[in-house]
Write a protein that binds this ligand. Structure first.
Ligand code: NAD
Ligand code: DAU
Length: 358
């Protein structure tokens, strides 16, 4: 079996669902259920004996050690993190605690467990750390995409905390020989994405007729990857990645934010046209509002994914056009998921982030 951390969040839950569609290998899912963790994402696994959910913190070394010793996983895949850049700007503490201290404690518990395995299982064991392209900082126009040897230059408390966790993973491999792998991926989108991030926020706001808040000039560039493609890359790295290596994962889909918002509006105009009897608007584009920029906003990310393609034969299956269409449809078809995540806590956060941005 495998142990997944953060498997009730956006990417982790997609990973667990995809894993159990493809394999009968059981999953132990350890998640603290912060505001971003949502068991509803895993509702289809109710009663499935291959999935065991444990509510807990990766920083709880005793809990992690007892789970490892009881279930004896052959691999640990670490998705658990605080993941939202804007939240890290408003309050970095949780990011330091989970992304740095939590990863450290998790690594310590895994090192203890791994050290006690027989030599054969010790060799085949894997610790896969899921990280981000944001650790590399911001690219200038025309610069090549981030390769695995790019210097770390994190610019937000979030990316700095992820960079620290990547360094710890590297050190545990180098110093103790822990069979670790790290993946650094670009921006994901798809089902179960919490509506505080650009794409789900724009869909959800548009559907309820709210403004679409674009930070600054909207010309910041991200490289978008459909979440299922990220999951397939992680499975491939787990299966065949070289121990101690880093693999960058990306969609070859660089787009300015404003283009993303226009694409969402165009799809909504097609799939859920505004009714002119109920609204004076004819297109969702009219809801776009430019607001104050994110402090320290990275201008451009892009990934050079040639290593994972060359060594492991991985390529994304979706284009941006196919992936964004599936995503918009998913949100339209899952309105009750959306209303359930819009809890009191979420609304408080939205007020705090957008108040005073103009
Ligand atoms: P998310 O915020 O949607 O989910 C994070 C999950 O981790 C939640 O279920 C939360 O409850 C859980 N969690 C938080 N703190 C925990 C703790 N201390 N112990 C146990 N569980 C805890 O995040 P996501 O977007 O799914 O990202 C998952 C991972 O992928 C993160 O490590 C993130 O840095 C990385 N990543 C994300 C993206 C992206 O575009 N979303 C891109 C590249 C890498
Ligand atoms: O690059 C990978 C990273 O992508 C992950 O490591 C992070 O966990 C994930 O949150 C994401 O970070 P970003 O900051 O790029 O994603 P976000 O969706 O928050 O913002 C995407 C872009 O859209 C960014 O340039 C900021 C902008 N934006 C975002 C929001 C929420 C807006 O213009 N308006 C908004 O309301």
């Amino acid at each position: 079996m495998i142990l997944v951390t953060g498997g009730a969040g956006f990417i982790g839950s997609n990973f667990v669902l995809d894993w159990l569609c493809r394999s009968d290998e059981s999953v132990i899912n350890l998640d603290k259920l912060t505001y971003a963790g949502n068991l509803e994402n895993l509702a289809s696994l109710q009663g499935d004996r291959r999935h065991t959910f444990i509510r807990g913190d990766i920083g709880d070394a005793d809990l992690v050690a007892s789970l490892l010793n009881e279930h004896k996983p052959r691999a640990v895949i670490n998705f658990a993190a605080e993941s939202h850049v804007d939240r890290s700007i408003h309050g970095p503490e949780d990011f330091i605690q989970t992304n740095i201290v939590g990863t450290f404690r998790l690594l310590e518990a895994v090192r203890g467990y791994w050290g006690g395995l027989s030599s054969e299982t010790k060799q085949s064991f894997r610790f896969l750390h899921v990280s981000t392209d944001e650790v590399y900082g911001s690219l200038d126009k025309g610069e090549p995409g981030f390769s695995e040897t790019r210097r770390y230059e994190p610019n937000s408390p979030y990316s700095a905390s992820k960079a620290a966790s990547d360094h710890l993973v590297r050190a545990y491999h180098h110093t103790y020989g822990l069979p670790a792998l790290t993946t650094n991926c670009s921006n994901n989108y798809g089902p179960y994405h919490f509506p505080e991030k650009l794409i789900p926020l724009m869909i959800v706001n548009a559907v309820s007729g709210k403004p679409l808040p674009v930070y600054g000039d909207g010309q910041q560039i991200r490289d978008w990857l459909y979440v299922k493609d990220h999951c397939s890359a992680i499975r491939r790295v787990l299966e065949a990645g070289r121990v101690g290596e880093v693999y960058n994962i990306g969609g070859c889909n660089e787009k300015p934010n404003i283009e993303i918002v226009h694409a969402i509006c165009a799809l909504l105009d097609e799939l859920r046209p505004l009714s002119t009897t109920h609204s004076p608007l004819t297109t969702y584009r009219s809801l776009i509002t430019h607001v104050a920029d994110r402090p320290g906003h990275d201008r451009r990310y892009a990934i050079d994914a040639s290593k994972i393609e060359r060594e492991l034969g991985w390529k994304p299956a979706e284009t941006f056009e196919t992936g964004i269409r599936k995503t918009v449809r998913w949100y339209l078809d899952n309105q009750s998921w959306v209303s359930n995540v819009q809890s009191g806590a979420y609304r408080t956060w939205v007020e705090k982030n957008y108040q005073g941005r103009g």
